[in-house]
Design a protein around this ligand. Structure first.
Ligand code: PLP
Length: 634
C-alpha cells in the first residue's frame, strides 16, 4: 500500500463516529478536523466550527459544561415536519391539513418553548399540555387562534375552567378525556359557565409497539379509554346534549417507535375508533396521532430501540395513507391530522459540550529488564510468561498470568508480600495483558475469553459534567447518544475509553456507544491543551429530567443563531446554577451556612489557631465558592 492510502483523514473520522448516519446533515467535519454545524435553510450551506463557539464562550466567561442550542436547527426541524406532512397531503390528494403540537414535557425550558411558538407560527404549530403548569405556558405563548392546544393528562376543575376560558377567547383548546371521571368535570363546568368545550378522547389501542416505551401501548397501558369506556363517553355526552363537542380522537403508542410497521398498524386501528365515533353521531374532524416519531440516535436505519427504520417522509405518507384507506371507501370526510411530535422536533438542536479533566489508563509503567533476584516465585513466573509470550501460546500465557497474579494478590493479603512487590507484579501483569491485546487483531479466531480484554484495559476519561444532570436517560434507560471529540479529528484517535462524570457514583459514566460498543476511540490528551467532547441529539427529555445528584446543578446554556454570512450570534446566555442555588434547592439557606461557618472561624481566632486576617481570607473563599459554578472551574 502507498503511504497516502494509509494516512488518517477526516473521512475516516466521520466513518469511525458514524457521523453522516445520525447527523441528519446538521453536522460535519471541517478540513481542520473540527466538528461543524451546518446551518440548514440557507441557499448554500453555512458552516461554523463548534470550537469557534467554544472560544466565544470562553471569552465571555462561560465555563464548561455548556448546553449549546442551535436555533437554526430547531427552526428547521419544525419546518421539515410541517413540510413533510404537506408533501404527503399534496401527493395523495388528502382533503384536509396537518397541524403539529409540541408536547411541552419534552423540553419545557422557556427559551425552547418560546422559539417553537415563534418558528412554528407560520405553520400554526401548537402546543400540547399535560398539566396545569404546561397549560399556562401554552396559553401565554401561542398568539394564533389557528394553532391548537391539546390538553392531555388528569384535569381537575381548575384545569378545566382555564381551558374553557381559553375556548371563550376562540383558542382551539381541546380537552382529551383520558379517564371516565374527568368527563363529569368537563360537562359540569362547561354547563355552569355556558361555554361549549372541544372534547377529544384518548383511545387505548390493542396494537403494541417495539422499543423502550412499549408499555405505553396495549391493554395494560396506563392511559386511554377502552372500547367500553369510549361508548360510555358517547352516551354521557348524548345525555348532556353535548355530543357535538366530541371532535377529536387521540392515541399515543409511546415515544421513540423504531418500527414503521407498528405505526401503520396503530394508525389503522385508531382510525377504526374514529370511524365508529363518527357513526355514533360525533362530528369528529380531528385525528391526533400522538408522539412516537423516532430519532435515529445510532444512525443504523433499523428497528433497534435507539434507531428507526423509516424516514420522516415515509412516516407522514404512511399516516396519511392509512387514514385515506379507511375513510375513502366509507365516503367520510378527511380529518385534520395532528401529531404531538416532541423528540423529533427538539433532539437535534441541543449539544452538551464538556472538557476532559483527566485520564486514567491501564498502561504498565517502566519495568526492569530482568526480574529482581529476590522477587517472589509468582513474580518470577510473571516475568517468564512475559518473556515467552508468542502467537502460539496466547491463551496459555493469559491463563498463566492471571493465575500468578491471583496468587500474588493472595500473598499480599496474608502479609507475605509488600506493597512495592505487589506493584511490580501488577505492572508486569498489565504489560502482558496489553501485549496480548495488541496481538489479538492478528489472530484468525480470538478466544472467547479474550474478546472483551480491550474493554477491561480501556482508559477512563473524566469529563466535566454530570450524567444525572445532563444525560439522565443514559443512566435511567441506557439511552445511546452520539458522542465524539469536537476537534483533532484530522488525527487518528489512538486510545479507547469509557467516559466518567464528576459524580462519585459508579453509574456516572457513559459506556454504551453506537453499534453496541462499550468503549469509544479518543485522542491521547496533550499537555496544556484542553480536549473537548460533544454529546449530540440531547434536546429531548434530558434537561428537565436531570437531577441534582452530588449537587451538580444546571449547566450554563447558550443559544446561538447562525447567520447567512457565516457569523453567529449568542442570542441567549444563561448562567447555570451557582452552589448557593443548588444548596437552596435542598432547603439550605446560604446566608445561614455563611454565618455558621463564620462562627466556627471566629472561635478559631479566639483559640489563636488563625489570625483575624486569616479569618477574612477564609470567609472570602467560602463566599466565592457559594457564588461559583457547581462544576470544575478553570
Ligand atoms: C410524551 C408524549 C408525547 C411526545 O412523544 P415523542 O415521542 O417525544 O414525540 C406525545 N404525546 C403524549 C401523550 C405523550 O405522553
Amino acid at each position: 500500500m502507498k503511504e497516502s492510502a494509509l494516512r488518517w483523514t477526516i473521512d475516516d473520522a466521520a466513518t469511525l463516529y458514524s457521523l453522516s448516519d445520525w447527523s441528519s446533515d446538521y453536522f460535519d467535519i471541517s478540513p481542520a478536523g473540527e466538528v461543524e454545524v451546518v446551518a440548514p435553510g440557507y441557499e448554500t450551506p453555512v458552516r461554523i466550527s463548534l470550537m469557534d463557539v467554544v472560544s466565544g464562550m470562553r471569552e465571555r466567561g462561560l465555563d464548561m459544561p455548556v448546553m449549546l442550542r442551535i436555533t437554526n436547527i430547531l427552526d428547521h426541524c419544525i419546518s421539515r415536519l410541517n413540510e413533510s406532512f404537506a408533501r404527503a397531503i399534496a401527493a395523495t390528494g388528502y382533503q384536509n391539513h396537518y397541524r403539529g403540537v409540541f408536547p411541552i414535557k419534552v423540553n419545557q425550558q422557556c427559551q425552547v418553548v418560546e422559539e417553537i411558538a415563534h418558528f412554528g407560527a407560520r405553520y400554526h404549530h401548537g402546543l400540547e399540555a399535560g398539566s396545569k403548569a404546561e397549560l399556562l405556558v401554552a396559553l401565554a405563548n401561542l398568539s394564533s387562534n389557528d394553532a391548537y392546544i391539546i390538553c392531555n393528562g388528569y384535569k381537575d376543575e381548575e384545569f378545566v375552567e382555564l381551558g374553557l376560558r381559553a375556548r371563550q377567547m376562540g383558542i382551539k383548546c381541546f380537552f382529551v378525556v383520558e379517564t371516565p371521571a374527568e368527563l363529569q368535570i368537563i360537562i359540569e363546568r362547561s354547563q355552569a359557565l355556558g361555554i361549549a368545550p372541544l372534547i377529544g378522547v384518548r383511545a387505548k389501542l390493542a396494537s403494541e409497539v417495539d422499543g423502550h416505551w412499549s408499555e405505553d401501548s396495549g391493554d395494560r397501558s396506563l392511559f386511554g379509554l377502552s372500547a367500553t369506556q369510549l361508548i360510555d363517553v358517547v352516551d354521557r355526552l348524548k345525555a348532556a346534549d353535548m355530543l357535538d363537542s366530541l371532535q377529536l380522537l387521540h392515541f399515543h403508542l409511546g415515544s421513540q417507535i423504531p418500527n414503521i410497521r407498528n405505526i401503520r398498524h396503530g394508525a389503522a386501528e385508531a382510525i377504526r375508533y374514529y370511524v365508529d365515533l363518527a357513526r355514533e353521531g360525533a362530528p369528529m374532524g380531528h385525528l391526533d396521532i400522538g408522539g412516537g416519531l423516532a430519532v435515529d440516535y445510532e444512525g443504523a436505519h433499523n428497528s433497534d430501540a435507539h434507531s428507526k427504520n423509516y424516514s420522516l417522509d415515509e412516516y407522514c405518507a404512511d399516516v396519511v395513507e392509512a387514514v385515506m384507506e379507511a375513510l375513502d371507501p366509507l365516503g367520510l370526510p378527511h380529518p385534520v391530522i395532528l401529531s404531538e411530535s416532541g423528540r423529533a422536533t427538539v433532539a437535534y438542536a441541543s449539544i452538551l459540550l464538556f472538557n476532559i479533566l483527566d485520564v486514567t489508563d491501564f498502561e504498565p509503567g517502566p519495568l526492569p529488564d530482568t526480574c529482581p533476584e529476590d522477587a517472589s516465585e509468582q513474580i518470577q513466573r510473571l516475568f517468564e510468561t512475559n518473556a515467552q509470550l508468542g502467537y502460539d501460546n496466547i491463551q496459555r500465557s493469559y491463563n498463566n498470568a492471571s493465575h500468578y497474579r491471583d496468587e500474588m494478590r493472595e500473598l499480599f493479603r496474608r502479609g507475605q508480600l509488600n506493597l512495592r512487590e505487589r506493584a511490580l507484579g501488577e505492572n508486569m501483569y498489565l504489560n502482558i495483558m496489553q501485549r496480548i491485546t495488541a496481538m489479538l487483531p492478528q489472530l484468525d479466531r480470538v478466544p472467547q475469553e479474550l474478546e472483551s480484554l480491550h474493554e477491561t484495559l480501556s482508559d477512563i476519561y473524566y469529563g466535566n459534567f454530570s450524567v444525572f444532570q445532563s444525560l439522565p436517560d443514559t443512566w435511567a434507560i441506557d439511552q445511546i447518544f452520539p458522542v465524539l471529540p469536537i476537534h483533532r479529528l484530522q488525527e487518528e484517535p489512538t486510545r479507547r475509553a469509557i467516559i466518567a462524570d464528576l459524580t462519585c457514583d459508579c453509574d456516572g459514566k457513559i459506556d454504551n456507544f453506537i453499534g453496541g460498543e462499550k468503549t469509544i476511540p479518543l485522542h491521547a490528551l496533550q499537555d496544556g491543551e484542553d480536549y473537548y467532547l460533544g454529546v449530540f441529539l440531547v434536546g429531548a427529555y434530558q434537561e428537565t429530567l436531570g437531577d441534582l445528584h452530588n449537587l451538580f446543578g444546571d449547566t450554563n446554556i447558550v443559544n446561538i443563531r447562525i447567520n447567512s454570512d457565516g457569523s453567529f450570534d449568542f442570542i441567549r446566555e444563561m448562567h447555570g446554577d451557582s452552589i448557593a442555588d443548588v444548596l437552596s434547592y435542598v432547603e439550605y439557606h446560604p446566608d445561614r451556612l455563611f454565618e455558621q461557618f463564620r462562627d466556627s472561624a471566629e472561635q478559631a481566632v479566639r483559640r489563636g489557631v488563625i489570625s483575624a486576617r486569616d479569618r477574612q481570607a477564609i470567609m472570602d473563599a467560602f463566599s466565592a465558592s457559594l457564588r461559583g459554578y457547581t462544576y470544575y472551574e478553570t
